[in-house]
Design a protein around this ligand. Structure first.
Ligand code: CO
Length: 172
């Protein structure tokens, strides 16, 4: 485990969660190791996505692991330097975040996205995503720009969870 990952998942109030993350430039063994560590932390925490800033690394890198009911498998994937090239539709879905425990709120986001990213060896790839996969990628991409899902909820809901967020931030 790297030093950053050992500290566990960062909670709201930690400045690393508000930083704009830097491009991944080194597609080396270290990046593969980071992917493995992040998969492990995500699964341990029972999450379906995790962004590098959540483990203390200000890097444009994220992992996703969504259980597939059809084949009973957990499909793990990682995305370096992801960019949205196109999007379609919009939908409301309830979200949570490992960095904001016990808070769940509805967030409106695009329904489908055309994503460009680099894989672990640095190759550029492009693909359309929809459903939960698109949702998780968009949520995790926000982390790369220092944005949390609670920034995207209605003013009324923001007020409703204000006390909970303040409690969490005091713990950091
Ligand atoms: Co999150």
């Amino acid at each position: 485990m790297s030093q950053q990952a050992e500290q566990g998942i960062r909670i709201i109030g930690d400045p690393v969660l508000r930083r704009k993350a830097l491009e991944v430039k080194d597609f080396d063994e270290g990046l593969k190791q980071l992917a493995m560590e992040m998969y492990e932390q995500m699964i341990d925490a029972d999450g379906i996505g995790l962004a590098a800033p959540q483990v203390g690394l200000s890097l444009r890198f994220l992992v996703v692991g969504i259980p597939d009911d059809e084949d009973d498998m957990l499909h793990l994937a990682s995305y370096a330097n992801p960019v949205i090239l196109d999007k379609a539709g919009s939908c409301l879905m309830e979200e949570g975040c490992l960095s904001i425990p016990e808070v769940r709120e509805d967030v409106e986001r695009p329904e489908r996205i055309l994503l460009r990213w680099q894989n672990l060896t640095g190759e550029t790839q492009e693909q359309w995503f929809d459903g939960l996969q698109a949702r998780v990628i968009l949520h995790e991409m926000d982390h790369l720009d220092g944005v949390l899902f609670t920034d995207r909820i209605s003013p009324t809901r923001k007020l409703a969870i204000k006390r909970r967020l303040a409690e969490l931030q005091q713990r950091v």
